[in-house]
Design a protein around this ligand. Structure first.
Ligand SMILES: Cc1ncc(COP(=O)(O)O)c(C=O)c1O
Length: 398
């Protein structure tokens, strides 16, 4: 006899990126795998960050816990950064430092929703969001999310058990960047119905231009219904440091403090100091890297204009391209597995990102150089050609 596992956890699918990595068959064709399954920049963290971390490692007290909410200097720096970015008014007491944005999401949702409640999410969604909702027994209610989601569609789904609307912009998986008007519309719906608007803005720094992503932080009383989530992982190439943040009312942060105390007590002290250095000393480094990523995005968009390509670029931005594949009779997973196993291109099937996504693939291009984008399209075309030669065995292509 052994012990039972929690069915709320065992019924959730295994982490999808690990599964996808198993579809690769290395060494068959003697060429490099184009690994576009995870949104991780191809560069390492800044050299100056490495040096600072080496110096910090010798500081007395660096191995100790910090305040649950994080060190005061980092909370103040995040508040100042967000205030400048959104031209809003954010105080340090509104910020909680977390071990990455996933923990920020987990703690925020746990603080506002219980089993039997529901949360509204556009589809396609970031799979960790719905995995977590499922683990808590919180129902995900879907609105359509290719292009801009519609606040009025969300309004129709709200009932007495609705606790939040969850958005992600720039979006994972589509790369879509929602307009300030759309985001304000969701904020007004949330405020009118007394629920939370949770926005995961992990990729906010990858927007083009300096205009604020939205005006919510400059709307009086934003704290009543807005929860903002951020990550240091992508913009500063600090995925392994595990630093993110929640910006919200002190009322909800007091609940989140209890959750954080049990989850991790605090974000790793050294990581917090590294994030503080990144925020205060690496603006130029970040700007250069983001300009590089914009170059990759332009190269990708241009490559998808190739004559004869039957994969359609539906949406793109930040580190993502959402692509409609041409195989009408096949699941997205079958297509993604074939691309990985036969064409050395690893990307994720749309089905991981929600119902109704069988026609799509997500390409996370942060790991590819601008010069790789033509190779990406070469391999997509190669998959069309081999499908046509296999068409006598029944593979239909649009
Ligand atoms: C939308 C979104 N939120 C959160 C995360 C996780 O971020 P972190 O590394 O800060 O936990 C990711 C990572 O891919 C993401 O795409």
């Amino acid at each position: 006899m052994t012990y039972a596992v929690n069915p709320a956890i065992s019924r959730i699918e295994a982490p999808p990126i690990i599964e996808a990595q198993g579809w690769v068959r290395p060494g068959l064709r003697n060429r490099k795998l184009l690994n576009l399954c995870q949104a991780v920049p191809s560069w390492s963290a800044a050299d100056a960050l490495d040096e600072e971390v080496a110096r910090l490692a010798h500081e007395p007290g660096i191995g100790l816990y910090t305040d649950i909410y994080g060190i005061a200097e980092l909370r103040a720096a995040i508040a100042a950064h967000l205030s400048a970015d959104y031209r809003g008014k954010i105080a340090a007491e509104n910020v909680c430092v977390t071990a990455g944005c996933n923990q920020a999401f987990a703690a925020s949702i746990m603080a506002i929703a219980k089993a039997g409640d529901n949360v509204i999410v556009p589809v396609p969604y970031f799979f960790n969001h719905t995995m977590w909702l499922g683990m808590l027994g919180v129902e995900a209610r879907y609105i359509s999310g290719i292009g801009a989601p519609d606040p009025q569609e969300a309004l129709k789904l709200i009932d007495a058990n609705t606790r939040a609307i969850v958005l992600c912009t720039p979006n994972n998986p589509t790369g879509a960047i929602y307009s300030p008007e759309v985001l304000q519309g969701f904020f007004e719906v949330a405020r009118a119905r007394g629920i939370a608007l949770v926005i995961d803005e992990t990729y906010k720094d990858f927007r083009a231009g300096a205009a604020p992503a939205h005006a919510i932080f400059s709307t009086p009383g934003w704290e009543d219904c807005f929860i903002h989530l951020y990550s240091f992982s992508k913009a500063y190439a600090m995925t392994g440091y595990r630093v993110g943040s929640i910006t919200a009312s002190t009322r909800i942060l007091a609940e989140i403090e209890k959750i954080m105390d049990c989850l991790a007590i605090c974000t790793a002290h050294l990581s917090q100091r590294a994030a503080l250095f990144a925020l205060t000393s690496l603006e130029d480094w970040k700007a250069e890297k983001i300009a590089n990523m914009h170059g990759r995005l332009s190269a990708l968009r241009q490559a998808f204009g190739r004559t004869g390509l039957r994969y359609e670029l539906v949406s793109s931005g930040a580190l993502f391209a959402y692509v409609k594949h041409p195989f009408t009779d096949e699941t997205a997973k079958a297509v993604a597995m074939r691309l990985a196993g036969e064409h050395d291109l690893l990307c994720l099937p749309g089905s991981i990102f929600g119902p109704g996504q069988e026609a799509y693939l997500r390409i996370a291009f942060a790991n590819a150089e601008a010069s790789d984008m033509e190779v990406l399209v070469d391999r997509l075309i190669e998959s069309q050609i081999s499908a046509i030669s296999a068409s006598s065995s029944g593979r239909a292509i649009r």
